[in-house]
Design a protein around this ligand. Structure first.
Ligand SMILES: [Zn+2]
Length: 314
């Protein structure tokens, strides 16, 4: 099925007053709920029956057909929805759409109101589950190494400051992030990692892991980068002296790609007001997923549903 109808389909099966069966059928079809179930209590492989039960919130359940057993299992068994048994499936599905669109939690809460109330606290937990899906995807398909022959990568470090949570006025520990971006795609696709220190011993091994042989790297003249040229997979390292100019007038080397990359990441993090637990490292991973797999909402929805289906084998 083409990607375009996904939004319309979800809109339809989650509309106010939509019968639960529409949503369940859609979730079965997209492998987000198990379409068959075995009884765990019975020896051998006894296939359970899918039966209507008005007294359970999902309206349907799996039931063992054996007269002596009659055990039930939830339709949510093994699925992502099992983690939030109290959230209506239609509400959860529509939440995924809002999350893909990059909406802030407070806006998601408001937009979901027409089909159901979900607390900010629960929504943050739901966001964390989707963020974990993103993190897992980056383990399955690692974002690095990148670059290669005839490509230019730009690297830099930037500080993501943590807000002091309890002791007001006390300066929080700065969080340094190393980043490296490709310049051949706009907006930039990059790799980011929280680092304990900005010295050569910390940064050089990371740079070595990040780049494919033959890459050219641009950076500023930060001391830790002095030996980058010696790394075997770096073809060329060129620098711009930021105390003198932003773009080197002779070589044309600049680091504006990563400057604007940092600006976008920080602006978004600030807008989130730390409601996700202020975990910078995991925020950066979600962003790396979004850069690659959600360049449009349509693409993002298709990809997040595929990743959920892959990671929650039902
Ligand atoms: Zn049974």
């Amino acid at each position: 099925m083409a990607a375009a109808p996904l939004f319309a389909e979800i809109e339809l099966v989650t509309r106010p007053g939509a019968p639960m069966t529409d949503c369940l059928d859609w979730l079965f079809e997209h492998h987000l709920l198990a379409s068959r179930m075995e009884c765990l209590r019975c020896d051998g492989h006894v296939e359970m029956e899918y039966v209507e039960r008005r007294d359970v919130s999902d309206n349907f359940t799996w039931r063992c057909p054996r007269q002596m057993c009659r055990t039930s299992r939830s339709v949510r068994t093994d699925s992502i929805f099992a983690e939030f048994p109290k959230i209506d499936l239609r509400v959860f599905l529509r939440f995924i759409v809002k999350w893909v669109e990059g909406k802030l939690v407070k806006d998601i809460a408001e937009e979901l109101l027409s089909i159901g109330y979900v607390s900010m606290h629960t929504l943050c937990k739901m966001c964390r589950v989707l963020r974990q899906v993103c993190e897992n995807k980056l383990v399955i398909d690692p974002p690095i190494p990148m670059g290669g022959e005839n490509t230019v990568l730009v690297m830099d470090e930037s500080v993501f400051r943590k807000k002091p949570k309890y002791r007001r006025g006390r300066r929080a520990r700065p969080i340094w992030v190393f980043g490296i971006v490709r310049t051949d795609v706009q907006p930039c696709i990059g790799y980011m990692e929280v680092v304990e220190s900005r010295d050569a011993n910390t940064l050089l091994p990371i740079i070595e892991r990040c780049v494919l042989p033959g890459s050219t790297i641009y950076s500023d003249e930060w001391a830790a980068y002095r030996r980058v040229q010696d790394l075997p997979n770096v073809a060329q390292h060129r620098t711009v002296n930021h105390s003198r100019h932003f773009v080197d007038p002779v070589t044309g080397v600049h680091t504006q790609h990563i400057e604007s990359y940092w600006n976008r990441k920080k602006k978004k993090l600030k807008a989130m007001h730390g409601c996700m637990g202020e975990d910078t490292a995991s925020y950066l991973k979600e962003e790396m997923w979004r850069e690659r797999y959600a360049r449009t909402s349509r693409e993002g929805l298709q990809n997040v549903l595929a990743d959920i289906a892959q990671q929650y084998q039902v």
